[in-house]
Ligand binder design. Structure first.
Ligand code: ADP
Ligand code: MG
Length: 405
């Protein structure tokens, strides 16, 4: 059988080799799961609304072996170290984090390894017995950049254990397993967006996801065909989901939904905004208005992609950014500067993407303008005295998969 992705071979070989050096024997297999970019639909997922992410070519790759004979322990290491976005890399790359699987508790596991241990914990919660496991991670999804390096780890590990333990879980179930690991074991109250993109994405398409029904539809997003590129601008301002900001926003959305008498803000259409303004305090109202208008923008983006194509979605991206900046309060100076500089240099549309408080922005640009837009963003960051941003072009890639055969 021919390999599905020839481009996967070097990545599989590298982590398998390093696994052998670290643990003394070959892995049982190597799996890869992509990070994601969310084209539009931010913070709508835990409000049971709509999102439109796509999977990236950037992946987390895990070499995994079961150790059924030894004591049930997890041994996990990362080629990027325990602090992949920080400065401590050299000191921790390849260092093994260990945890007994008898009574897995987050406090007993190193923070980065909780994304691995959380999957084992979630499997145990479902009654599955997990024997000893060795995991080596190698990821080129930038960490803490809003591209979901965390879900990439979870999805790769989940797919690996599903196959090695012969569980045959459906991809939609794996999404929920990974979400549970991140919500409960890691303690980040995220929705199903990241894991769905990583486990269900398809090259050349964005994934239109209804986070209530969990219905998913592939929406054609063939950028090259339309002479377009999507530029990711990683501001290198690290965000932190676990911290207060995200939880406060989740709470504000719940408060708004309760005051409006609905189970989730998904059930509030733009026609109820005038009423919402009357009954909610000003801050809660602005949070609610972002979610309500953002849901509508996702629907409008899907309709636009289906009819007019990707060149026409720019104004929706611009409006989404303004809403996150002004109403939801999750942008920051660097993200605003990235978006503004891109827009001024000829991007058709631009917005911050991911949970906010740092991370990345995206810009839809005509291919011939990509270099000029990137230069304009770099120039603006230098002029403002910000850290130099990381810029790269992405296109919709394939979902999580086994890559060593
Ligand atoms: P995002 O998912 O947007 O990248 P998160 O804060 O959700 O940001 O996840 C980032 C965390 O994931 C890091 O702080 C680290 O704990 C873990 N992580 C990501 N990539 C790696 C890696 N290559 N090696 C070790 N840990 C990683
Ligand atoms: Mg994450």
């Amino acid at each position: 059988m021919s390999r599905q992705h020839d481009a996967d071979a070097p990545g599989a070989g590298r982590v398998a080799l390093a696994f052998g050096e670290l643990f003394g024997s070959a892995p049982d297999g190597v799996w890869a799961a992509p990070g994601r970019v969310n084209l539009i639909g931010e913070h709508t997922d835990y409000n049971e609304g709509f999102v439109l992410p796509f999977a990236l070519g950037h992946t987390a790759r895990v070499a995994v072996a079961l150790r059924p004979d030894g004591p049930p322990r997890l041994r996990a290491a990362s080629l990027q170290g325990a602090d992949p976005a920080g400065t401590g890399q050299a000191a921790t790359a390849g260092r093994i984090a260990e945890a007994g699987l008898g009574q897995l508790e987050p406090a007993a596991v190193e923070p980065w390894a909780r994304y691995v241990a959380g999957i084992i914990w979630a499997l145990q919660q479902r009654g599955h017995h997990v024997p000893g496991v060795d995991v080596l991670l190698d990821s080129d999804v930038p960490s803490g950049a809003g591209l979901s390096s965390s879900a990439a780890i979870e999805c790769a590990v989940a797919l690996a254990l599903d196959e090695l333990l012969d569980l045959r879980m459906a991809r939609q179930e794996l999404v929920l397993l990974c979400q549970q690991a991140e919500n409960v074991f890691v303690g980040a109250p995220t929705g199903i967006l990241d894991q769905s993109a990583s486990l269900l994405g398809t090259a050349g398409h964005a994934l239109f996801l209804d986070c209530r029904s969990r219905d998913a539809r592939q929406v054609p997003l063939d950028l090259a065909e339309h002479g377009l590129a999507i530029l990711v601008i990683d501001t290198r301002v690290a965000h932190a989901h676990e911290s207060g900001g995200y939880k406060d926003l989740v709470a504000a959305c719940r408060r708004g939904a309760a005051a409006l008498g609905v189970p989730a803000l998904r059930d509030v259409g733009t026609e109820r905004l005038a009423e919402a303004r009357r009954i909610l305090d000003a801050d809660t109202f602005r949070r609610v208005r972002h979610i309500v208008t953002e849901n509508q923008r996702v629907l409008d983006t899907v309709a636009t992609l289906d009819t007019a194509g990707p060149r026409a979605i720019g104004p929706l991206l611009d409006a989404s950014h303004a809403s996150m900046r002004d109403d939801f309060g999750i942008s920051c100076d660097e993200l605003d500067a990235a978006v503004e500089a891109a827009q001024q240099a000829g991007a058709l549309g631009a917005r911050m993407t991911g949970g906010g408080f740092g991370g990345s922005a995206i810009a839809v640009v005509p291919v011939e303008d990509a270099t000029a837009v990137a230069a304009a963003v770099r120039h603006r960051f230098a002029a403002e005295g910000y850290l130099a941003p990381d810029l790269f072009v992405v296109e919709p890639g394939d979902a999580a998969r086994r890559i060593d055969r």
